[in-house]
Design a protein around this ligand. Structure first.
Ligand SMILES: Nc1ncnc2c1ncn2[C@@H]1O[C@H](COP(=O)(O)OP(=O)(O)OP(=O)(O)O)[C@@H](O)[C@H]1O
Ligand SMILES: O=C(O)C(=O)C[C@H](O)[C@H](O)CO
Length: 305
């Protein structure tokens, strides 16, 4: 790997794609959003994914280069096209995703180069969607197995359409140190894994005891988040914003939480920052708005309070 900086290496492992909003399109894909935001948050965010050998793939590679993200771990598929998603809204807070099938990011190939990269990662974020096909599912777990024991492995559950399965979720929970999910996903998991979600602390303890997860983070839109870690519950209020669209707010939240935990911040302060970062992204269109300066200002503000 060509590690040009000493910044913490944060990998977004899974899908990089085009979010299509009517006749506009913007780069997206949850793990890619996390890598992009981690890059803006003072880390070396790196995307591990696969695009097609087509115009849409070339444009994604150009986008990454423009944003000073590495394209070294973006594989090119000669059979499947670059992924696309149709994003629709009945409410700006609640985007609906139609995720098109038979695309390149379903076919990530694990190899020595990826193993070498994963060994060096300080954090890796992955989700459920990119596990819908066996090719990427197995490669993702090979990547996770190649990380060092102190790597912060973050499972941002992100359940989409019908693309999840109890076995994939349990395998992923077992591989993760931090699990992030929203309130709707708590309900789905509660049914799928037969865990009561009436008391969220008991729900979180179940994930910790059965799957060996260290921290559980539940996001609640404008109401902020709950974190269960170190035998404590942290309830961190949100700072409501005027929403442009909530696409990528959760991913920005995750990137912010990772970046500040890697800097040694406590849970409360890191979550407060993550809430504000998520809110800022919700106040802008698309999943990858350029907000480097705003994030730095916010980081200083929260450190000084
Ligand atoms: N309207 C809002 N006002 C303020 N902050 C917001 C708003 N919407 C989202 N956020 C911030 O972003 C975080 C993540 O939002 P949300 O709970 O909607 O994400 P999510 O459902 O996890 O997202 P995704 O499924 O896209 O990953 C929230 O915990 C909050 O900190
Ligand atoms: O990657 C996912 O989880 C998706 O749902 C694809 C979305 O279009 C994406 O997260 C928003 O950029």
């Amino acid at each position: 790997m060509n590690n040009l900086t000493s910044l913490p290496l944060v990998i977004g492992l899974g899908e990089l794609l085009w979010d299509c909003f009517g006749d506009e399109r913007r780069p997206g894909g949850a793990p890619a959003n996390v890598a992009f935001q981690a890059n803006q948050l003072g880390c070396q965010g790196t995307v591990v994914t696969r695009v097609g050998q087509d115009e849409l793939g070339t444009e994604l590679l150009d986008f990454l280069k423009q944003q000073q993200l590495s394209t070294e771990y973006v594989q090119i598929d000669t059979t499947f096209p670059t992924g696309t998603v149709t994003v629709e809204f009945s409410d700006a807070n609640d985007p609906q995703y139609t995720i098109h099938e038979q695309v390149a990011w379903d076919h990530l190939e694990f190899n020595d180069k990826l193993a070498e990269l994963m060994k060096q990662a300080q954090a890796v974020c992955f989700g459920t969607l990119a596990q819908r096909e066996a090719d990427s599912r197995e490669s993702i777990h090979e990547c996770l197995a190649a990380t060092s024991s102190d790597c912060l492995v973050v499972y941002d559950i992100n359940l989409r359409q019908k693309y999840y399965d109890r076995d994939w979720i349990e395998r992923s929970l077992s591989a993760a140190k931090i699990v992030k999910l929203n309130q709707d996903e708590v309900q789905v998991l509660s049914e799928l894994l037969a865990i009561s979600a009436e008391d969220l602390q008991i729900f979180a303890q179940h994930l910790q005891q059965v799957y060996g997860v260290d921290a559980v983070c539940i996001t609640r839109g404008s109401e902020g988040c709950l974190i269960y870690a170190d035998n404590q519950q942290y309830e961190i209020p949100g700072s409501p914003v005027e929403v442009a669209d909530a696409v990528g707010a959760g991913d920005a939240f995750t990137a912010a939480l990772i970046s500040r935990r890697l800097l040694g911040w406590g849970w409360e302060q890191a979550a407060l920052f993550a809430n504000r970062v998520g809110g800022l992204v919700a106040s802008q269109a698309g999943a990858m708005p350029v907000l480097r300066v705003e994030f730095e200002r916010l980081s200083q503000e929260i450190q000084n309070t």
